[in-house]
Design a protein around this ligand. Structure first.
Ligand SMILES: C[S@@+](CC[C@H](N)C(=O)[O-])C[C@H]1O[C@@H](n2cnc3c(N)ncnc32)[C@H](O)[C@@H]1O
Length: 436
């Protein structure tokens, strides 16, 4: 049997329970240190990566150009491979820096000290100001968040501070006046805000302890597999801020891509930027990465409008023609729309235009003979299903890259918005595996 046939056979024999993430736990791979939207299910990725690596003897360098909460990178580390990721959202960079860092027990000791300091802190000075801060945070919450903020900045070790900032981000998500049931920002009703009596310091203690336990468990798993020497992961890790439609910033050539791209433009699908807006107000940019050069603090929509499909294309007719030539599925979809509906559906073309450029950049970063695993879901526009899976496969085909295997899974363990612009097919996802 050829290698290709062996991999194909192994992929098709993955059980539906594993693919559907039936027994997946939020504790896996420190996934719950922050509840980032639309996180991938590690056990699903693990089984697919395993099927490929079993028959692919080369040194592996894995790339995720839409890294999110870096579940892919962490999964790659469990196989002891080089991992590189990129994302446009500064919060994703911070989370990924922390999840790919190897912490030791000194983190617990430092955390205990920080808690003692926090217990003693009485200052009511508020450290942060931004437009409408009082709408999003009660005064007493601002006071305690400021106490945490000051205590974090006193820690000399940047990697420990980064861990504290991620923990603070999750505390902010839970103690602001923003509803946690949606990723778009919606303030809670006044009556509910008045009744809520939350202490960010208590949340910080609880979440911090849980996060330390999860990160140390992850470290033990990597140590047991022999992938850690002197408190460092033995292979390369690269976490880059950047816009994948413009450039893939890692210099490494990769031979395995594992990713889950957005389902469409952020505004009408998953607003990763809005989800990150309040936490990012409290985290100095210099604490994340000096290279980040977008102004995301002033407008709630900034990050989302810079993400895939967030900006309107200049020459609409040309883009339409170009994309329709590459994808008959996209062409057929647009034939169903009247003129008004076509205007509403422009966002779909903006999105695929950006995704098409991203695929070009990705292919430039990949070795020949590499595998590219894309987990994609469909969405709907004008009550019609946008078949992201078929469209992406056609975009790849137009570049001479064929689909190798496609698998289907139920979305059980993924945190998605329950909003109307996701079609009923949103309960399923496709895993498209291409061979370059
Ligand atoms: C589905 S999420 C990835 C989730 C990730 N696989 C996980 O398990 O956490 C998609 C990510 O794409 C990012 N993104 C959107 N547009 C981007 C762009 N132009 N360049 C880089 N990242 C982008 C979003 O910020 C978001 O984090």
């Amino acid at each position: 049997m050829t290698t290709r046939a062996k991999i194909e056979k192994s992929l098709y024999s993955i059980s539906p329970d594993i693919l559907n993430g039936v027994n997946c736990s939020n504790k896996e791979n420190a996934r719950r240190i922050i509840n980032y939207p639309a996180m991938m299910v590690p056990s699903v990725q693990e089984s697919i990566i395993q099927s490929i690596l079993d028959y692919y003897p080369e040194e592996i360098s894995l790339l995720d150009p839409f890294m999110g909460a870096s579940n892919t990178l962490v999964t790659g580390m469990k196989f002891g491979v080089n991992v590189f990721g990129q994302d446009i959202n500064p919060l994703s960079i911070l989370i990924s820096q922390v999840k790919t860092k190897i912490y030791d027990y000194s983190l617990s000791e430092k955390f205990e000290d920080l808690i003692l300091k926090l217990d003693r802190s009485r200052s009511t000075k508020i450290e942060i100001d931004f437009n409408n801060i009082d709408k999003w945070f009660k005064k007493e919450v601002q006071v305690e968040l400021s106490q945490i903020y000051r205590a974090i900045l006193k820690e000399p070790d940047i990697n420990i501070r980064k861990f504290y900032w991620v923990t603070l981000a999750e505390v902010i998500r839970l103690t602001s006046n923003d509803r946690t049931s949606t990723f778009k920002m919606h303030v809670r009703p006044l009556e509910e805000i008045t009744k809520r009596n939350l202490s960010p310091k208590e949340y910080f203690k609880k979440i911090g302890k849980r996060n330390i336990a999860d990160l140390l468990t992850l470290k033990s798993e990597l140590s047991e597999k022999g992938f850690i020497t002197e408190n460092s992961y033995q292979k390369s890790v690269g976490v880059h801020w950047g816009d994948s439609k413009l450039k893939i910033n890692t210099k490494a050539r990769c031979n395995l891509l594992v990713t889950s791209p957005p389902y469409g433009d952020n505004q009408t699908t998953v607003t990763y930027g809005q989800f990150s807006y309040l936490p990012l107000q409290w985290i100095p940019i210099s604490e994340i990465d000096e290279k980040i050069n977008i102004d995301y603090l002033k407008a709630i929509q900034s990050i989302d409008s810079l993400s895939l499909g967030g900006k309107t294309v200049q020459d609409y007719n040309l883009v339409e023609k170009m994309l329709f030539e590459k994808s008959t599925t996209l062409y057929t979809l647009f034939q169903k729309f009247n003129e008004n509906q076509k205007i509403k559906a422009k966002k779909v073309l903006n999105f695929f235009h950006d995704l098409d450029s991203t695929i070009d950049n990705i292919l430039n970063s990949m070795e020949d003979d590499s595998y590219l695993i894309w987990t994609v879901g469909n969405r709907s526009v004008n009550k019609e299903v946008v078949e992201n899976d078929n469209i992406i496969a056609e975009l790849f085909k137009s570049k001479g890259v064929d689909l190798f295997v496609d698998l289907e899974r139920d979305i059980l363990g993924k945190r998605m918005p329950n909003k109307n612009n996701f079609s009923s097919t949103m309960s399923k996802e496709k895993i498209l595996i291409f061979k370059n």
